[in-house]
Design a protein around this ligand. Structure first.
Ligand code: KG4
Ligand code: ZN
Length: 327
């Protein structure tokens, strides 16, 4: 079974080809440089760039996979959540392609994509498990009792974890995306030198809050702390918040297995803390952490194996779409 997956929910164009569960191609055209000087993603520019590169990227991904259009069995695209213009570019392309080839089409939830991207290297994994998604737009903790069922345990009350990395990086004069930059700087710093406190520690429930850390970082810069120590201290408390909350949720639900996904899952300090936590953790393999098309193809293939029903061609983009709810 060969699946084409298209991801255009934000600022990266992703095209992946998955054949019988194996990632055969996974190309991402990054728009980071295009948006860099605006300090954030400009939706109209993102839509235009997706439109300009998508067709060529599909050709290249198929060539890399050693397949042709007629070899495909299923076409999938991200349906939401995300920016409506960028979503519509990928979704319309995928639906038109499926229609033209006489193939079934599946619209995928972006977070379900991240989950299946993480599970790419864990074939024997099946629910029940917990899922923590930490990206630039999301910090969500779910209990997953069965495939396709998502019970939201907690979420960020303000900034997403990745967003906090990006904002603190900007405060320290570093580039975008901030996560890798902070991680690099933190390696030279002392994580205990700056008195950051772990947000939400001691509170009931499983919500997160990261916007206070940005304010604290601004203050610590003014007070003359070294950027390396600020980066290390900030990273320490973000990791402590994510892993501590996961551990509490695991104890309360009795789950032992945890899927950690989203861009922040690339963070080495987070990976080390998870490894030391005693939880059984699965993380995305390299190339499947940040937004990409292969994770969309993997999610579509998984759904198709359980429920081989295409989506009707009149499904449209869902910029706001809580996971587990009907689109
Ligand atoms: O999942 P993703 O690629 O895009 C979405 O937001 O959907 O996540 C991007 C986020 C950015 O905020 C970026 O700073 C963060 O993930 N990130 C990291 C690392 N690599 C990327 N955060 C911490 N450490 C990293 N190594
Ligand atoms: Zn994402």
């Amino acid at each position: 079974m060969a699946v084409l997956g298209i991801e255009t929910s934000c600022d990266d164009t992703g095209v992946g080809v998955v054949a019988n569960g194996e990632v055969r191609a996974n190309l991402v055209a990054s728009q980071t440089l295009l948006h860099a000087r605006y300090g954030g993603v400009v939706p109209e520019l993102a839509s235009r760039e997706h439109t300009a590169v998508l067709d060529r990227l599909v050709e290249q991904a198929l060539a890399q996979a050693g397949l042709e259009l007629r070899d495909l069995d299923l076409v999938a695209a991200t349906r939401g959540p995300g920016l409506v213009g960028p979503l519509l570019v990928g979704l319309s392309y995928a639906k038109a392609l499926a229609w033209g080839l006489g193939l079934p089409f599946v619209g995928v939830h972006h977070l379900e994509g991240h989950i299946h991207g993480a599970l790419a290297a864990a074939e024997d994994w099946a629910p029940p498990f917990l899922v923590l998604i930490a990206s630039g737009g999301h910090t969500h903790l779910y209990d997953v009792p069965a495939w396709g069922e998502y019970r939201l345990l907690g979420a960020t009350r303000d900034d997403a974890a990745g967003e906090a990395f990006d904002k603190v990086a900007r405060t320290l004069g570093l580039g975008y995306p901030g996560g890798p930059e902070i991680e690099r700087l933190a390696r030279e710093g002392d994580p205990q030198a700056v008195p950051f406190s772990v947000p939400m520690r001691g509170r009931a429930g499983y919500d997160f809050s990261f916007s206070g850390l940005k304010t604290a970082a601004v203050r610590f810069v003014q007070e003359g702390y070294a950027p390396t120590d600020i980066a290390a201290g900030f990273q320490r408390v973000v990791v402590a918040s994510l892993v501590g909350t996961l551990e509490r949720a695991a104890r309360a639900t009795g789950r032992r297995r945890v899927v950690v996904a989203g861009g922040v899952a690339a963070n080495r300090a987070l990976r080390e803390a998870l490894a030391a936590s005693g939880l059984e953790v699965v993380l995305p393999p390299p190339g499947l952490t940040s937004d990409n098309g292969a994770m969309i193809a993997l999610a579509a293939e998984s759904r198709w194996r359980r429920v081989p029903e295409p989506d009707p061609f009149d499904v449209t983009a869902e910029p706001y779409w809580p996971l587990g709810e009907a689109g």
